[in-house]
Every structure is written in structure tokens, then in C-alpha cells.
Design a binder for this molecule. Structure first.
Ligand SMILES: [Mn+2]
Length: 397
């Protein structure tokens, strides 16, 4: 029997809020602790160990200390880069970890003629481990159509950071066809932050879920982080998803129709709840017939939640629709159209000289996103030079 752990999407360094950054890291620590306790044979990390290719020093310190513990316990770590810790330059902190002897990047391949990609195995006992990294914006999907394995092993693991059709749900991402992937016994997947398991005859396809939820919706859906514990005798595979509950999550979902009275409604609802040390998520939805979202006194709501000693409070108001947009949304296709129409009306009423730039600036700023891997300085330069053209600014040297 071989027992190994499969983790994905740790996103170490994610979350702006300190409280959640702490939980994110604690959750990872718990997983490490459990792996050492259970004396797993090895640990797989299927991409997005770090939230970015260059994580902050504090996060690196903590991470190295965890990897040292794993190393001292004699447990090898096999990993691939994900869409977040991937870097087009090929340089990431995963390399630093690997150089230090704390992990082995198993995303190895040789590009053959006609673009075919031959994966190179890493052998652990009777087990062959292969991997192909994630890329930004799902760019790995095309590559994965060309990967192949040309050896036979008693037990094969394929680590991928990508999306298979079955896990997709309503997301607008191009998936890979799992039947077309090279044959393996265990597909150690990452990228989609869901707990998911599927199988075809003896092959397992597993998404263990992130080691901690990464945004408001994930906190609400997943409640906590998780990873997969896998056991195999070389033929049969037994897998178990292990969840790491740290704090209770309370999702308060309320429908509001009046911005002016909403504060009172929310407060009286919260009054009845015990929130001590909990993660409190407030999700508002509905169409405001009176008042605006700006009329909701969130400071007041936050004060009450603080008094109840919640661990942290997050709110999400993106599902509230202002009343005035109601009629328009059905007749006009998208928000850009609405914006354009409004801006035209605004210009008619306010024919100030500067306002003639309005629409052009909105258009430029809304679709000039930073290119993947574009250096910030270069992006800024590009943006500024475009803005200068629009604003007809000529530099005086
Ligand atoms: Mn991820």
C-alpha cells in the first residue's frame, strides 16, 4: 500500500485582509501537519502553490519553514506550476524551493516535431509521475492536446493544472477532453477551486479543492480548505477528501428593495445571530425600487458585527440592481451600451470642453488591460502614451 497526499491551489500570499491571509496560511500548515502525521509517501501539489510568481518575503519565510518540516520528515514533494505561479520567463520561486532541495518540479517535457509534447517521467518506486504546468488564461489547453507518454509503468500519475469539461459548471473556460489525455491511473488535477472526483474504469480524476477558499464566493461555497488523501496497492485506488475546518462561516443572504430602510432590515436580522469568532459574509441582492446602495450604512452594520466579535466581516453587493437600469437591461444588450447612452445624454447637458474626451477615455481604460506577464512599468508607459494621444497632450522638452 502506498499513501500519498494531493494538494492544489494553496495560493500562499492571497487575500488582502490580514485575518484571511492568516487563515490561508494556517490551513496550509494544518495540511502539512496532517501529511507528516500520516507519514505519507510523498506530497503532490498540482499548481498555484503561491498566489503569484514573486510572493512577498513574509509568505516565503513561512513557506520555507513548512517545506523544511516536510523535508525533515523525509517526504518528497512533487509539484507543477499553476496559472498563478507560472511565469513566461520561466523564473518562479518554485525554482528557489527546488534548488533548496525542498521539492521537485515534475513538469518536464520535450517538444518533438509537429508540436508533439513528450512528457518526461519522474520515477518514485513503482510509480511514474508526469506533469504539465498551467498557463495564464487557460493557454495550456491547446498544449494538452499534444502531450503524450511513451512508456508503460505499473502505476502512473499525471499532474495537470487545467479544466476538464465535467468540472466546468457554468464557467466560460475552454476545457480539455479528459478521454483524450494520455492514459494514467491517477490524474492529480488543480486550477478549478472545487472538490470533484470522477473515474473511468480504473482511472481517477481528482480536484482536491483549494487548501483554503480564495474569495467571497468560495468561502461561502466551500466553507474551508481541503486536500486529498490517496491510497493504492497498485491496482485499486482509495481516495478521501479531507477538509480543514478553522472558523465557522456564516453567509447572510438578504434581498433588499429599499436603500433607505435596508440598514434597519439588515441590522435587525443580524441582531438575532451569534457571530463570535465566525467569518461573516453578507450578500445583498435584489432591485432597489427606492434609494441607492450608497444609502445603506455599512459602517453601522460593521460596528454591530464587530460588537458581536466576529472574526472578520465581508460584504458583497454586486447582485444589487439599481431600479433605473431595470427597463434598459432587457432592451439593450450590455452595460457598455448603457454607459454609452448615458454618457451621450450627459454630454448634451454638460457641453464642457473636457467632456468630449469622456467616451474615448472610458473605452481606452476599459479594454487596456495589462497583458499577461507585461512588466508594470511597460504597461504604464503604454497606457500613458495612449492617454496622451487622446487628451492631445504634447510633451514639451
Ligand atoms: Mn488556483
Amino acid at each position: 500500500m502506498v499513501k500519498f497526499a494531493h494538494l492544489a491551489d494553496c495560493h500562499l500570499g492571497s487575500w488582502r485582509q490580514e485575518e484571511l491571509q492568516t487563515l490561508n496560511f494556517q490551513s496550509f500548515q494544518k495540511v502539512v501537519e496532517r501529511c507528516i502525521q500520516e507519514q505519507v509517501e510523498f506530497i503532490l501539489i498540482s499548481g498555484d502553490l503561491f498566489d503569484s510568481a514573486y510572493p512577498p518575503i513574509e509568505i516565503l519565510k513561512g513557506s520555507f519553514s513548512e517545506f523544511k518540516k516536510i523535508h525533515d520528515a523525509g517526504i518528497p514533494v512533487y509539484l507543477i506550476a499553476g496559472s498563478h505561479d507560472f511565469s513566461a520567463s520561466g523564473k518562479t520561486f518554485l525554482d528557489v524551493l527546488e534548488k533548496a532541495g525542498f521539492c521537485k518540479n515534475v513538469g518536464k517535457w520535450e517538444t518533438q516535431e509537429e508540436g508533439r509534447i513528450k512528457l518526461i517521467s519522474h520515477i518514485h518506486g513503482d510509480i511514474a509521475i508526469y506533469g504539465y504546468p498551467g498557463r495564464k488564461s487557460g493557454m495550456e489547453v491547446e498544449d494538452l492536446k499534444n502531450i503524450y507518454i511513451d512508456e508503460m509503468h505499473p502505476f502512473t500519475i499525471l499532474m495537470l493544472h487545467t479544466t476538464i469539461k465535467e468540472v466546468l459548471g457554468s464557467m466560460q473556460i475552454e476545457p480539455v477532453n479528459k478521454e483524450k489525455l494520455p492514459l494514467a491511473n491517477y490524474y492529480a488535477m488543480g486550477h478549478i477551486h472545487k472538490r470533484f472526483e470522477d473515474h473511468i474504469s480504473n482511472s481517477r480524476y481528482v480536484y482536491p479543492g483549494p487548501t483554503f477558499p480564495n474569495n467571497f464566493q468560495e468561502l461561502s461555497d466551500l466553507q474551508c480548505g481541503s486536500f486529498q488523501m490517496v491510497e493504492t496497492d497498485g491496482i485499486n485506488i482509495k481516495t478521501q477528501n479531507i477538509q480543514i475546518p478553522l472558523k465557522e462561516v456564516v453567509t447572510i443572504e438578504l434581498e433588499v428593495t429599499n436603500g433607505l430602510t435596508a440598514t434597519q432590515e439588515i441590522v435587525s436580522h443580524i441582531d438575532k445571530l451569534a457571530l463570535h469568532d465566525k467569518i461573516v459574509l453578507l450578500k445583498l441582492k435584489g432591485t432597489l425600487i427606492e434609494g441607492k446602495t450608497g444609502d445603506i450604512r455599512f459602517n453601522e452594520i460593521e460596528d454591530i458585527i464587530k460588537k458581536k466579535e466576529a472574526y472578520i466581516f465581508l460584504r458583497n453587493i454586486s447582485s444589487i440592481k439599481p431600479h433605473e437600469l431595470e427597463g434598459i437591461t432587457s432592451s439593450v444588450e450590455n452595460f457598455q451600451e448603457i454607459e454609452k447612452r448615458r454618457s451621450e445624454e450627459f454630454l448634451k447637458k454638460n457641453p464642457h470642453n473636457f467632456n468630449k474626451y469622456h467616451q474615448q477615455l472610458i473605452d481606452t481604460l476599459s479594454d487596456r488591460e495589462k497583458h499577461e506577464d507585461e512588466k508594470t512599468a511597460i504597461y504604464e508607459e503604454r497606457l500613458i502614451s495612449e492617454l496622451k494621444t487622446i487628451l492631445e497632450i504634447t510633451e514639451i522638452l
